[in-house]
Design a protein around this ligand. Structure first.
Ligand code: PMP
Length: 353
């Protein structure tokens, strides 16, 4: 039976990418596996260089003073790596959910953090607006898409200080003026590849301004100078990410995938709004195109709904424990058809109830 994978992360990858990645595990270069050749060999150095330049190209950031790095430790490592490299006195953070909150907690280890605004008062079901960013802070940090709560920033402030963004769950999904950001980071395991690598896009001229000593592995400048190969990189995760970026480029890049993502989001949200058995969790203007969060209006239907979901081959629909209910994660590789199958189940439930 065809599976429809709504997993929040690690999540669906294009079938052609999985095929090529698995072939490379057996034979990548003259009978040798991708996993058993030196990361310093030309075939792998080419992979790393290609992955780095594709990331910049797709974001429209080539030749604009940015570098792309594929690092390890997940987006969670970026929570403190950003602060180590950038936080001298005080930074401003927008608190829009669990992941922002964790970024704040880690940055506080190094210095002062000020929450410019927070939506904690309403269990993070909206994105705060109209906040000020003090011009004398070191940087401003935000989270573009809140994977758990299903909210997404639709507009970004004109920050007077470097703007840093955790784009883990919506990178490469929609057109944005990426040059507004000075540093972007994203764990690969949603829109880009397998778990194990984190993409960091950094504008070089914001670095080197803090007085503390930074361990080499944690120093963006060191990582840049070594071409993202200060130590052995996660070769499989980087290769598979490169394949996904190639897949996206062949499709027509971010502009093309954004159209698909908008169609998927429209389909699911119109069902949530029209079907009286379901309630959307997040505030309408802030609804995420990547993660749609919703609950059942009547919990008595839980078992029936979940059985129908299972029978339709739908995977990964459970909501995060802090929201409950359901979460349909619709990353780039999820076909519109899969959302159609879910919406059919939801409307079938209405007919049955
Ligand atoms: N930020 C966001 C927005 C996330 O969704 C996640 C993971 N779901 C993280 C950070 C943490 O990522 P990692 O597990 O790669 O550390």
């Amino acid at each position: 039976m065809k599976r429809h994978n709504f997993s929040a992360g690690p999540s669906i990858l294009p079938g052609s990418v999985l095929q090529k990645a698995s072939e490379a595990v057996i034979n990548f270069d003259n009978g040798l596996s991708l996993l058993e050749i030196s990361h310093r060999s030309k075939p792998f150095v080419d992979v790393m260089e290609n992955a780095r330049s594709l990331a910049l190209e797709l974001l429209g950031l080539e030749g604009k003073g940015y570098k792309a790095l594929f690092l390890q430790g997940g987006a969670s490592t970026q929570f403190f790596m950003v602060a180590l490299n950038m936080l001298e006195k005080r930074a401003g953070y927008l608190n829009t959910g669990t992941w922002s909150d964790k970024a704040i907690k880690e940055a506080k280890i190094y210095d002062d953090v000020y929450e410019v605004a927070s939506s904690k008062d309403a269990n993070y079901n909206y994105i705060p607006k109209g906040f000020d960013i003090p011009a004398d802070y070191d940087y401003f940090h935000c989270t573009s898409n809140n994977t758990i709560f299903g909210t997404q920033m639709k507009e970004f402030p004109n920050s007077p200080i470097p703007m840093i963004c955790d784009m883990s769950s919506d990178i490469f999904s929609r057109k944005l003026d990426f040059s507004k950001f000075d540093l972007i980071y994203a764990g690969a395991q949603k829109n880009m590849g397998p778990a194990g690598t984190t993409l960091v896009i950094v504008k070089e001229d914001i670095l080197g301004k803090v007085s503390r000593k930074i361990p080499s592995m944690m120093d963006y400048k060191v990582q840049i100078s070594k071409g993202s190969m200060f130590n052995t990189p996660p070769v499989f995760a980087v290769y598979t990410s490169m394949l996904t970026l190639e897949w996206l480029k062949d499709l027509g890049g971010i502009a093309a995938i954004e159209k698909e993502n908008d169609k998927k989001a429209q389909l699911i949200y119109s069902e949530i709004d029209l079907n009286p058995l379901f309630k959307g969790f997040s505030a309408k203007p802030d609804r995420s195109t990547m993660n749609a969060t919703f609950t059942l209006a009547n919990e008595d239907l839980k078992e029936t709904f979940e059985t129908m979901v299972k029978e339709a081959g739908i995977n990964g629909l459970n909501g995060h424990r802090s929201v409950g209910g359901y979460r349909a994660s619709m990353y780039n590789a999820l076909p519109l058809d899969s959302v159609g199958v879910l919406v059919d189940v939801m409307s079938e439930l209405e007919r049955k109830a």
